[in-house]
Unconditional design. Structure first.
Length: 90
């Protein structure tokens, strides 16, 4: 069972590294919780594959630094959609 968890951690780490996805997007792709993904790639991966962990950490740090931009963009899209909906109702 332990080896299954470590394999999952490596698989998640490789996916994040290949795609640059966020923890949330990775969790959605694999159908598991964000907490599980985060624990796998931050704790378990560090023990099982330190080289992969170092690379994945860079991607996660980049995502962390950009999250305010993604949040602002999502808010902008939300209000644009509401504005268009209001115009179409008139």
């Amino acid at each position: 069972m332990e080896s299954d968890i470590l394999c999952r951690a490596c698989r998640l780490g490789e996916y994040i590294l290949e795609t640059g996805c966020t923890v949330r997007a990775t969790a959605a792709k694999y159908g598991i919780s964000k907490s599980t993904v985060h624990k796998d790639v931050s704790l378990r991966l560090k023990k099982s594959d330190p080289a992969l962990y170092a690379e994945v950490s860079k991607v996660l740090e980049k995502n962390r630094l950009e999250r305010h931009i993604r949040g602002g963009d999502a808010t902008r899209r939300k209000y644009l959609a509401e504005k268009q909906l209001t115009k179409s109702r008139r």
